[in-house]
Every structure is written in C-alpha cells, then in structure tokens.
Write a protein that binds this ligand. Sequence first.
Ligand code: HSE
Length: 437
Amino acid sequence: MTNQPTPLRVGLLGCGNVGSALVTLVAEQRAEILLRTGLDLEIARIAVRDLSVDRGLDVAPGVFTDDAAALVVDPDIDLVVELIGGIEPARALILSALSAGKPVVTGNKALLADHGAELFTEAEAAEVDLLFEAAVAGGIPLIRPLRESLLGEPIQRVLGIVNGTTNYILTQMTENGASYADALADAQALGYAEADPTADVEGFDAGAKAAIIATIAFGASVTAADVHHEGISGITAADIDYATRHGYVIKLIAVAEQVETEGVTKVAVRVHPALVPTSHPLASVRDSFNAVFIEGGAVGELMLYGRGAGGEPTASAVFGDLIDAASNLRAGTHARFGPLPPADISPIADLRSAYSLTLHVNDEPGVLGKVATTFGENDVSIKSMEQASASEETGNEAQLIFVTHLASERDVRTTLDQLRLLDPVRSVGAVLRVVGS
Ligand code: HSE
C-alpha cells in the first residue's frame, strides 16, 4: 500500500474570475501534480463577501466562508491565495497570514506596487513565501524568470506591453481605422475595459506593473508613485496614420531601465505611448496580448509573450506559484528577494530620447521659421518634419509633425511650453517618444 501524503490545505481569498478558474484548475490537475511532485493541493476554504452568490463550482458544502480574517489564521490552513485585489483588506489579510507563518500567493499588483517592501519584509521575517507571478502580465511567466533564471544577468532595460486593454484599442485603431472612442467602446463590450477605463487607458495599471518589474529586475524597491505615466486617450487617427506611413506602430510601452547620471546608476521607470519601429518584436504584439522584452548584458535580447489577463491565464500563474510555495513549505525553505532598498529614481526630466511632436498651427508665412527657431534655441535638433495639408475647412490650419534627434526631455518640455505661447501655434498634439530603435 502506498502512503498518501497529507493534503496541503489552501485558503483562497476571493472567488471572482481568477479565483473560480483556480478552483477548477486545481481540481483538474490535482492528481497530476501529486504524481509529479508528491504534493497534494486542496482548496480547503474559500472566503467570499457574499455567500449567497452561486459560483457554479463543484466544491463541498462548507468550503465557503465570509470570514476571511479567521481563514488566514486558521491552523488548518497551510497556504493562502489572495485574489481580492485592492489595498485593504487585502494588505491586512496578507500580513496576518504571513505573520501566522503561512506562505501567500497573490495577484495583487496595486498592493505590491504600493506596499511591496512592507509585505516582503514581513514574509522574510516569517521565513515564508510571498509569490506574485500573476500580478504582472497575467499568464506570462515573468517574475520567476526575472528572479531565478535571470538573477545573474546584468539587466539593462525591460520594455513591456503589459496592458491588454490599451493594446487592443491601439490595434483596432491601427488595423481597422477605428477611432479611439469606438475602439474603447469595443474593448468595453468585450469585457477588456472597465466602465470607467481610467486605470487602463491613462497608464495607471501598466505603471503599477512597471514598478513591480523594475523592483525585481534591479533589486531595489520602486513604487507606483515613482513611475511617470501617460495614457493613450489623446492618440488620434492622424497620429496612427503618421506612425504607419513612417514604419512605426504606436504602443503603450512600460520602460524600466538602469541609467548612468554623472557616474551614479539610477533606475528610470515610465509608461507612455511610444513609436515602436515595425521591425521591433514588440510591434507584432497585437490585440489584447502582452509581451515583455528584456535586454541583458549577457543574454542579449529575449521576449516573453502571452495572455496578460483573463481568468484562466491568470489562474495558471497563481497555480504555478502555489505549487512552488507548497514545495518550499514542505522543504522548509522560501524564496528570497534580497533587501530591496529604495531605488534611486531618475526623474523623467533627465530622460534622453528621440521624440515625435505634433503641432497645430496657422498655415501662414513665417510660422515654420518661428517654430524651428524655438527648437534650435532649446538645443532640440530636428531630424525630420512633415506638414499635413491645410484646408479652408480647418480654417487654414496646418499639422506639423516633427521628429527630433536624441534630445533631453527637459529641453523638449521647455520647447513645447514656449511653442504654446507663440501666436500662430493653436495647440500641441501628441508627444510620442521613439522606443526600440
Ligand atoms: N486591465 C488589465 C489589462 C488587466 O487590460 O491588461 C489587469 O491588469
């Protein structure tokens, strides 16, 4: 007779899309995981806010509870999975579980991006795992490759398309000529974008993910507040058209990089729409897919691609962490992330980049000269300029699109501030940085 191992009892906090998919995945894979690892994982308790909701899951009566606080300290629970999202009560529940000696798996990017250092410190003190593969780019294995396979790698830069909603919108605008408003409505109808799409379209979601990526890639704590972010809501069909005609696609790109400023190594983290050359691997990442492109000193370039959201892909990431945490628990060990001191953040004004800048101006003699002089006076060198047709319908407005050589963000901002004050300049349109060329 074979000895059956004692099941490892998992307490799940939250049972929405990802939680339900996890319950189903664990049930389907339980025997296989037992066979391969000797670990018998059982979702023993599930804490939900509303016990009356039928979640359509095949679980034993009594598994559901509405007392999450009791679940995380229950001596019969070995590991905790937090899928509630948001800051509180998730933070307090995770801290409570960790201090009760229970490994925690979470997909909570907002919490990690704001309070990661506190949670890692607690996990280290309790000598248990705090794993979070699902927090960045959903089903794509990224955190574990960064903290294990690439631990010895001098990572220079990570570029990511880490928000599926905005990538879907930009793909619709590029490939189907959709307006921003129509593409957003489409994304909402498909369930990608929320009724209030601000977190996705203004770059908050990608910013939180970028903070976590930078923290793990560079071994120093970066919070969401350290990330400069701009969104895609100002991108127009004309911007897309310009990009397409000049061999670029517009993508919302998260950038985390190490930069040298006067002999000091700093971390720069930002999220903004960017012109990406069509030859770059990230340019081919379409629809709601995500991808992360890593540039390392030894490994060179590599890219991880897949589903960045959705119940099943995200549950896959959670389950991988759960098996890892269970294995570590049995072995009496845990993952270490190092001391993670606060990162020395390079301000966005110190960025050097090539830019594409759109101006709407009066189409009259001498305007181009005044505009070009303003660039020159601020040390911003123009690489190319395109004037789109003026028409009487638009009151003889011309659209000027400048692409600069490498310039400092500080100088570009001063240039734009001065241009706004010029009489013939009606407005400044898209400001896009060129990334990946
Ligand atoms: N709303 C996100 C996206 C998924 O569109 O990628 C969750 O982070």
